[in-house]
Write a protein that binds this ligand. Structure first.
Ligand code: GDP
Ligand code: IMO
Ligand code: MG
Length: 432
């Protein structure tokens, strides 16, 4: 098996620790490429107690000398991007290695206002979005109205597209009872912004494919996760992109034939931010304890994350849809000190047993979760580096998940720091 191209995706509802894992694996990567989503993502990297939260920049930017690419499938809020670049530069990082595919779409200020207005108007039916304009920007892309990063290089083209869009978007904002945007002001603003990112615009398709053909190592960094996928997630409580491994192909122009390994990042329990179904959610003191011990507050919006036990129905769905070759189990340390640990292994709905996540699960009185229960462990595992040194009950938990999912748990994360990892199976080129 070749080991040059790795995909890293979230297998639950996001915030599994993807940023940390990308950071750990990135020093040997020649490229780290984001392929979907936008600044709805919040990827945390912790190095010697110093914390970085990345929203648009690929998480490889901290630890890799390679090139970092914002791929075609990403939606880019240019002001947020410039802010992130500036903040990192102020902390001593040089960002000469950052590029953006000319095909990536721009999140315009009206997208953000429409996102907010729509959420407000939906009231209790709201999605609970991050209000970053993600949905409205992807709507424009699919409706073929979108403005792309490459359009900034042709001021006439940008002007025409903005003019038409603004007419439509101002009408929408008026209908929501919101303020409108002035064409000239917005046009001038974007012409100025474009001066600051022009030099980073590339043809990512050519760049990444040529790199792979030359045998370079590439990490594809997913944002969000399977259960937020526009097709396979808990629709309509999802994001507007494809965070699954299939999204890599769509979002970078790299053929599935060129992907060597697919790593699913799986938290040892489950969290979710925003509205929507969450079968193993705990509304009690156990859920509260998970939130406190795991410090489960959103990296982007600061919202408390909803918490619950690990759900292997979803795990199985991830192995299937993402085609996982490996699992990276994260935040196992957070489970230390629980007397009992539960894992969902099936759902029973109206007497029927489901082992894979159903396409139309509603909040149902008749949904019964089938749990397996484990004895917990008390020993601190945060500094352990060798699998054999984990407490017996902890290993039993890990091996149970592995067996049920029929997928190697190749790496275990036991703390937020770059150094807090246990490697179990070979991860090829990427492990130092
Ligand atoms: P991402 O969106 O998937 O990159 O995840 P986030 O960064 O939003 O959330 C994960 C949080 O857990 C961050 O605060 C990380 O620093 C932290 N974290 C990552 N891995 C571990 C781990 O193994 N143990 C603990 N205790 N925290 C972790
Ligand atoms: P990372 O990459 C967790 C959730 C929002 C909301 C839904 C739609 O850090 O794992 P959107 O703004 O995308 O239209 O919101 O998706 N959401 C995330 N939840 N982690 C994320 O990213 C998320 N990105 C979006 O809370 O429920
Ligand atoms: Mg996050």
């Amino acid at each position: 098996m070749k080991n040059n191209t790795f995909v890293i995706v979230g297998t639950q509802w996001g915030d599994e620790g993807k940023g940390k894992i990308i950071d750990v694996l990135s020093p040997k990567a020649d490229y780290v490429v984001r392929f979907q989503g936008g600044n709805n993502a919040g990827h945390t990297v912790v190095v010697n107690d110093e914390k970085f939260i990345l929203h648009l920049l690929p998480s490889g930017i901290i630890n890799s000398e390679g090139k970092c690419v914002i791929g075609a499938g990403v939606v880019v809020d240019i002001e947020v991007l410039l802010n992130e670049i500036e903040k990192l530069e102020n902390r001593g990082k040089k960002l000469d290695n950052l590029y953006i595919d000319e095909r990536a779409h721009i999140i315009m200020p009206y997208h953000i206002e429409i996102d907010k207005a729509k959420e407000e108007a939906m009231g209790e039916n709201k999605i609970g979005t991050t209000q970053r304009g993600i949905g409205p920007c992807y709507i424009d892309k699919i409706a073929r109205n979108g403005i792309r990063i490459g359009d900034l290089l042709d001021s006439e083209r940008f002007r025409d597209k903005l003019k038409w869009n603004l007419k439509e978007k101002n009408d929408i904002l008026i209908r929501y009872g919101k303020g409108t945007f002035d064409f000239e002001k917005l046009y001038e603003k974007f012409m100025k912004l474009s001066e600051k990112i022009k030099h980073r615009i590339i043809d990512g398709v050519v760049e990444i494919n040529e790199a792979i053909e030359k045998g370079k190592t590439v990490l594809f960094e997913g944002a969000q996760a399977l259960m937020l996928d526009i097709d396979y997630g808990t629709y309509p409580y999802v994001t507007s992109s494809s965070p699954t491994s299939g999204g890599v192909t769509v979002g970078t122009g790299v053929s599935p034939r060129k992907i060597d390994r697919i790593l699913g990042v799986m938290k040892a329990y489950t969290t979710r931010v925003g509205e929507g179904p969450f079968p193993t959610e705990l509304d009690d003191e156990v859920g509260e304890k998970l939130r406190e011990k795991g410090n489960e507050f959103g990296a982007t919006t600061g919202r408390p994350r909803r918490c619950g036990w690990l759900d292997l129905v979803i795990g199985r769905y991830a192995v299937l849809i993402d085609g996982l070759t490996d699992i990276v189990l994260t935040k196992l340390d957070v489970l230390t000190g629980f007397d009992k640990i539960k894992v969902a292994v099936g759902y029973e709905i109206d007497g029927k047993i489901y082992k894979s996540y159903p396409g139309n699960l509603r909040k149902s009185k008749n949904l019964k979760i089938i749990y397996e229960e484990f004895d917990g462990w008390k020993e601190d595992i945060a500094q352990i580096k060798k699998y054999e040194e984990l407490p017996e009950n902890c290993k039993r938990y890990v091996e149970y998940i592995e067996k049920k999912l029929n997928c190697n748990i190749s790496m275990i994360s036991v703390g937020p720091e770059r150094s807090q990892n246990i490697y179990r199976y070979d991860l090829g080129e990427f492990v130092l």
